[in-house]
Design a protein. Structure first.
Lengths: 245, 218
């Protein structure tokens, strides 16, 4: 069954107070690609201390989409092959820029036309899936640091073991996923994730022109003391959001 | 106000500072315990009024003598009401290190959204219990090994080698206070170091500060 038309999404990314004060650009990036054979949503957070991290984050988004396309066309390749493709494609996207100066986290969710899914995470942030058949699914493990702002990413990791991945055997209508950079995820209350997904479906419904703006507005009014980071969050729904507006 | 407030923690991300204070009998002499109490109080007061940083400084104090005790559970500095520590007994430093490692490894107490903690160990003697196991946790523990560590050896009887082991595998240093008057200098240095971190772009990075002039760097 074609994936196109099955998924809908709303996402926003805003500069944090530090970059606003410094007049610096947003170093987060996000991208969604929905084709007949796959749907992929990616969120990246360029590491603040690196010269070209914003460029690296945007390049990583493009790399994931390009790699997902090649990978899905090839048929039954492994997850490892997809991750290798992402690293290689990211290096191509960087051109002459040094990888370490473009370092970025990389989190993505990919769903294919044969009904399978993959959640993958390199570095800080959150991917959270609420599945009708699988329950709550998140990615954990080596990809995240032990404390805030301690992270790995493209341009830092030297082998695929730094990635954390969760393969999904089935994806069903009603499944919902959110992907966020650590500027958002570190402040989220863990047992309120499902409530946030419900809230997002009502407050930021896909296909409504003002949804992304409303989400951006709420991210700019981030209700946490002394926060500084750029903030990015993406919600995606399989089938109907389940909420009547 | 954001529509997202019911889904997030409103408090600032914590920057934990954990002080392990030797309150054994030898600390009762030469005004050491009095100086330690005054220094701790001044440090916590300074942290409590630190309003500019990106993190909120949290403090825990563990005293150790015949046994180790969590005198001040980890909490925002502005909430700490520190009672004066009194000295007496042996030097259960290993037990204090164990409590500290437990605390750092516990994500309920020290959540992942915290910045990397600073652990400060102050002692004027040698441990009277086993420290090898607890020290190993700071060299190999998942989170404890990442904590920043500083130590102060007070007087000539402090176990410098053990303190060096404690700070090893971190960028930490061991300082020596010749007498009680230097304890204050050390805690001023700790205060400056932590306050500088909270105001920096990345509070996980240790600032390059000159060592206090009246302390020996071991």
């Amino acid at each position: 069954m074609p994936v196109r038309g099955e998924w809908s999404w709303t996402g926003s990314s805003v500069r944090g107070p530090r970059h606003l004060v410094e007049g610096a650009p947003n170093q987060d990036a996000w991208r969604v690609c929905c084709q007949s054979k796959f749907f992929v949503a990616v969120v990246c957070d360029g590491l603040g201390s690196r010269t070209h991290s914003g460029f690296g984050a945007r390049a990583a988004c493009r790399a994931v989409v390009a790699a997902a396309g090649s990978w899905s066309r090839a048929g039954s390749s492994s997850t490892e092959a997809l991750l290798r493709l992402i690293h290689a494609q990211w290096a191509v996207e960087l051109g002459q820029r040094a990888r370490e100066e473009c370092a970025t986290t990389c989190l993505f969710a990919m769903f294919t036309s044969d009904g399978r899914g993959l959640l993958a995470q390199l570095g800080d942030g959150l991917i959270y899936l609420r599945s009708r058949s699988l329950g709550a699914v998140s990615v954990s493990g080596a990809a995240r640091g032990e404390f805030t702002n301690e992270t790995t990413g493209l341009g830092i990791a030297t082998n695929l073991a730094a990635w954390s991945t969760t393969e999904l055997s089935t994806v069903s209508p009603g499944d919902r996923v959110m992907i966020a950079t650590d500027g958002v995820s570190d402040d989220l209350i863990e047992d309120r994730r499902d409530a946030l997904l419900d809230h997002a479906a009502m407050r930021y419904p896909p296909g409504v022109a003002d949804s992304a703006r409303a989400l951006a507005r709420d991210l700019r009014r981030w209700p946490v003391a002394r926060h500084t980071d750029d903030k990015t969050i993406l919600f995606a729904w399989h089938g109907a959001t389940g909420v009547r507006s | 106000m954001s529509d997202l407030r019911e889904f997030v923690r409103p408090d600032a991300r914590p920057l934990p500072v954990i002080v392990l204070a030797d309150v054994s009998g030898s600390m009762a002499g030469d005004g050491k315990i009095e100086s330690l109490n005054r220094s701790l109080e001044a440090m916590i007061r300074s942290f409590a009024t630190e309003a500019e940083g990106v993190a909120e400084i949290h403090v825990a104090v563990i005293g150790f003598a015949d046994r180790a005790e969590l005198v001040v559970p980890l909490q925002p500095a502005k909430s700490v009401g520190l009672k004066a520590l009194s000295a007496g007994g042996r030097t259960a430093m290993g037990a204090a290190l164990s409590i500290t490692a437990d605390l750092v490894e516990n994500q309920e107490v020290l959540p992942r959204r915290s910045y990397r903690p600073t652990i400060v160990l102050v002692s004027d003697g040698a441990p009277t219990d086993d420290v090898s196991g607890p020290i190993a946790r700071f060299q190999g523990g998942t989170r404890a090994s990442k904590a920043d560590r500083m130590a102060l050896a007070i007087g000539a009887d402090a176990d410098e080698m053990m303190l060096r082991k404690f700070v090893s595998a971190s960028d930490g240093r061991v300082y020596r206070a010749q007498d009680a008057s230097n304890i204050r200098s050390f805690f001023k240095f700790v205060t400056m170091s932590v306050s500088t971190r909270t105001r920096s772009v990345d509070p996980n990075l240790l600032p390059a500060l000159p060592s206090p002039g009246d302390l020996d760097l071991l």
